[in-house]
Structures are given as C-alpha cells and as structure tokens.
Design a protein around this ligand. Structure first.
Ligand code: VG1
Ligand code: CO
Length: 553
C-alpha cells in the first residue's frame, strides 16, 4: 500500500508467533542473538504499537543506551511507527538517551510514551544482551496491565506493519534536525539539554561547584555507558570538576567489554579507588542506561537502602525538596532504613513490589516524593524512572551543605536512627529447574514455617508478598517469599525477572540494631547467622551446586 505521500507500507507475515516475549521486571530482555532472529524485534514492537493508546497521530520518544543493536532498532521502530500512523518520533543524536532523560522527554513533549532500548546493567555487544522497555505517557515503565496485553498480543500475531524507506532515505541520527518519512516526522534532538536544565532547578549548582573546586576530589565511573555524556556536561562542564573526573565516559557498543552494573563486583575499579586508596573523597557510578547509582565515600560504601534513608533525612537541603516530602516508598526487599526516617518525619512510607512501575501511581497521585530500591535505584517525582545522576547530585548537594565526609554522614545517621544491616546475595545463571525447584519447595513450606525457630529467633510471619495498589486497587501476587522474624530481622527470596541466562536467585538479608547498639560491624558478619540459616532451610548450596553467591552487595 502507498500512502498519499508515496510511502510504501506493507505487512510482513509471521509464519509463527513468538512465544517467549513476556516482559520481566523491566521490559523484554534477551540475548542480542535472540533479538537478531528475523522478525523478533518487529514482533514485540508490533504488539506494543497495537496495545499502547494514542498511536494514531501521537508522539513517541525512542532512544537507548548505545549498546550494539541500538541503531538498527531505532531504524526498525521509526519505520514501524510510520506504518502505524505515529505523527512524530523524537530521538537523540546517536540514538543515545538515558532512561531518566527519556522519562523526562516523554513528559515534556506530551508523548504517548517511549521505547527505550536497553538491557540496563546487563552486558552488551553481539554476545551480550539487548532489551526493549516500554514507557507510558507519565514517563514511567508501563504498568502490568499494558505489558501483559503486549505479551498476549505477541502470542497471536500473524504479521507486522512496516514502512519501506524510499531509495536513498536514511535516518540522519548523528545530526540535530528533522527528517520526514511519509507522514511521520523524526526529530533528532540533543538528549542532554532538557535533563541538565531540570537538574539545575532541583539542586544548588553554585554550592556544588564550590565544593568541587575545593580539595574535594571526586571520581565518577560511567562504565562506558550512557551516563558518560551527561556526567561530562554536568561535572566537568557546569560544575567545573577537573578533566578526568568522569572515567570511561564515552559510550561504547559493548561497554568496553564490561558489565555496566555499578556494584562492588562489576565496578570494582572504582570501589578499590575509594575503599583502599585515599585520593578521593567521593565516588559514584551509573549503570548501562544511567538509572542506577552507586555511592562511595573514602573507605565507605553506601548501601542503596541506606542511601534512600539518608536522602530522605536530608532532603530539605536541596532547593527542589526544601518544602519537605509528601511521603516515601521503597520496594519490599529494600531495607526498612527509610521507614524509620519517615516515621520521625511523620510522613507516609509505602512498601511496593520490586520494579519501578509500582511507584508510578503513588508519584502521579502526589502521595510520595522520593522512592528507591535496594538494587542501586533512587529517584523522585521529578520523573517516573529511577535516576542515577540525580542521586549523585543529591549526595553532592548534601555534602556541599554539610561539609563532612560520607563516612561521617553514615555514622551520624546510624547513631540517630539505628542501623539496618543489609545484604543481597545473588546466585546467577542457575539451571532453571534447580532454581524453580528450590523456590517452589520454599513456597510450599511457608505456612508450616510460621512460629518455627530460625537463626535463634522465631518466624513471626512467612508469606509470599502480595500488593494492592492504594491508588487504582490493582493487586499483584507472587512478589517474593518473606520470612519476618520476631526481632524485626528478615530474609526474602526472589527469582530475578531481568536475567537472561537460566535463573537468578536473590537472597535479601536484613537485621536492625537500634541506636546505642553495635553499629560498626561488617554486614556479612552481622548477618552471618541469617545467611547460614537460610542456606540450611532453602538448601541453597545443595540445590544450586554453588558454594558462594555470584555477587554479594
Ligand atoms: C532488578 C532489580 C530491581 C530493578 C530491576 C530493573 O530486577 O532487582 O530492583 O527494578 O532490576 O532495574 P530483578 O527482577 O532482576 O531482581 V534496571 O536498572 O534493569 O531498569
Ligand atoms: Co538500569
């Protein structure tokens, strides 16, 4: 079929629908090779464009973290958007757009939503992973009702609609400007400008610049991923930090062969710099799509659950939050450190399932201002995604005002609120049957565990976490097995929804020591009895065949 503008639009038949396009915690995430199967990406995009409301005549934001496959995917999405009657696609130079900047762009452009090409912290390249995240008009990850409808649509697809680009047409992705493809306008903009302006509204850049000009040395690791250009413009540009402050700042298609996951295992270079060396007062890193953050001080690692609590306790030091907070929220496996702060501040604290999409309604309704997850995710109502660089700027803001070290902030926080010793143990790439066998066995045992003794305490409640959204009343079940102990400690087991090889088991461990108690233990030692007890109960080592976790946070 030719449109009035002469664009050729056709339907490509699918011999058989794909059966494995079920979005996990954060969109559809698979190996790059899987996405290279003919029609695979197209099938998921077709289902998305059929399900998302407002496609005809609407605006769509498209961009990604720059990993291998990004440019091809943008080309496919643009041509499919044209075939589905989208009027305007907004993308960025090089197709490079961080997840938080995409969230902002969706909100500021009045788009119907966005498609973000990223497998986040998973490695990239031909042998790595690729991913497609679908966000709605509020800028946040699409709610489950939408992702389930997309999945259902993929199961019955018979074909997909795509425009054939006229001879000689190519998307000029590397230049700011706009290109027409039949009735569709593709705008290529600078992906950093709007985001940086928003950061300047939320934080006192003068105060932070003064801190960075003094003897306060900072190291930021962009992990060869999308945060690089933003971090360079912010830290080395506007805030005047010395050249070289941003490490690995040029996005590469395979993240320099690394794993763009800002934790102690994969960002070990930065961790060693801060934890063993003396040269730097502050260190931070972001993940592949720049929605995660890791915060380090000299000889000090800030646990992400603690980071959310510290930001909450110090929020009014930032101009954007000077009026105080409406409320806060954390994902269920995140430690209750923020709960204690919220209680003292007299604000509400919500506990949601894992995944940023569950914060969306609370943010939209104005019930919460800050929220976060133990998995290095922190954010606020400024957008509808977690935001790595925002968290780094927030920490710099606090340090600029308080003029003390990160370690001093932590010590003071714990001595006032008590300390939630916390750790997450990940067992990655376990054979799927072994992982599900372990998990299902534990699930079957839950009711019998109530009242049993565990690590010298008593299990006060054992359940499979379920959540009812306080705004729209929707319920979500099966969100993680919780053992809540009578002294406030707990152990949670979950299977990851973002892994791409076999299954990943996450074990979350937490134990609270009130002010006045021993606040200076090593977390692994403080949690040692819980670690041992859950291994025995869930038969982790025996069933996975692994004698230690792949990653300990
Ligand atoms: C993980 C984290 C979760 C986070 C999700 C997406 O999910 O645990 O807290 O929201 O990744 O983060 P899972 O199901 O593997 O535990 V990202 O940076 O990939 O957008
Ligand atoms: Co991410």
């Amino acid at each position: 079929m030719a449109t009035s503008t002469g664009l050729q639009i056709g339907t490509v038949p699918l011999e058989q629908p794909f059966s494995d396009q079920k979005p996990g915690t954060s969109g559809l995430r698979k190996s790059t090779r899987t996405f290279e199967i003919p029609h695979y990406l197209e099938s998921f995009i077709e289902a998305t464009l059929r399900v998302v409301p407002g496609v005809a005549g609407g605006t769509l934001v498209v961009g990604g973290d720059g990993r291998y496959g990004n440019r091809r995917a943008i080309d496919v999405i643009v041509r499919m958007a044209a075939a589905h009657g989208i009027a305007r696609v907004i993308t960025c130079t090089g197709g490079i757009l961080s997840t938080p900047a995409a969230s902002l762009l969706i909100r500021s452009s009045g788009a119907i939503g966005g498609i973000i090409l990223s497998a986040s912290h998973n490695p990239g390249g031909p042998d790595g992973d690729f991913g497609v995240k679908v966000n709605g008009a509020n800028g946040g990850p699409a709610p489950e009702a939408i992702t389930e409808a997309i999945h259902a649509s993929t199961l019955t697809l018979k074909g997909y609609r795509i425009a054939e680009a006229p001879d000689g047409w190519a998307l000029a992705l590397d230049r700011i400007g706009s290109t027409e493809l039949g009735p569709l306008t593709v705008e290529v903009i600078d992906g950093t400008a709007g985001y940086i302006t928003l950061m300047q509204q939320l934080f006192d850049f003068g105060a932070i610049a003064e801190l960075l000009r003094g003897d306060f040395a900072m190291a930021f690791d962009a992990m060869h991923a999308v945060s690089g250009p933003y971090a360079q413009a912010l830290f080395e540009g506007l805030l005047g930090a010395p050249a070289g402050t941003v490490r690995h700042g040029v996005p590469s298609e395979d993240f320099g062969g690394g794993h763009p996951d800002p934790n102690m295992t994969y960002a070990h270079e930065l961790a060693e710099l801060l934890l063993q060396g003396d040269a730097y007062a502050f260190g931070a890193a972001c993940d592949g799509d720049a929605d995660r953050n890791m915060i380090l001080g000299r000889h000090c690692f800030v646990n992400p659950s603690d980071s959310l609590a510290v930001l909450t306790a110090n929020a009014t030091l930032a101009p954007g939050y000077a009026q105080g907070l409406a409320g806060v929220a954390r994902s269920m496996p995140t430690s209750a450190a923020v709960d204690v702060v919220a209680k003292e501040l007299g604000i509400a604290c919500f506990e949601t399932p894992t995944g940023w999409k569950f914060f969306g309604n609370l943010l939209d309704a104005g019930r919460i201002t800050l929220c976060g997850e133990e998995s290095f995710g922190t954010g606020s109502d400024h957008i509808r995604e977690k935001d790595g660089l925002w968290a780094v700027l927030f920490w710099l803001q606090i340090l600029a005002k308080r003029r003390c070290s990160v370690a001093e902030i932590m010590a003071e926080h714990w001595s006032h609120f008590g300390r939630h010793y916390y750790s997450r143990h990940d067992y990655e790439a376990i054979a799927s049957e072994a992982a599900h066998g372990l998990y299902d066995r534990m699930k079957g045992m839950l009711s019998a565990l109530n009242g049993q003794s565990f690590a010298g305490r008593t299990i006060a409640m054992a359940d499979d976490f379920a959540y009812t959204d306080p705004i729209d009343g929707s319920t979500t079940t099966g969100q993680g097995l919780r053992l809540l102990l009578d002294d406030g400690s707990r152990v949670v087991l979950r299977l990851s929804g973002t892994g791409t090889q076999g299954a990943t088991l996450r074990v979350y461990l937490e134990s609270y020591v009130p002010p006045g108690g021993d606040l200076n233990q090593d977390p692994q030692a403080a949690l040692g009895d819980l670690i041992e007890a859950i291994d025995t109960l869930a038969e982790i080592k025996a069933r996975t065949g692994m004698d230690r976790p792949t990653v300990i946070t």
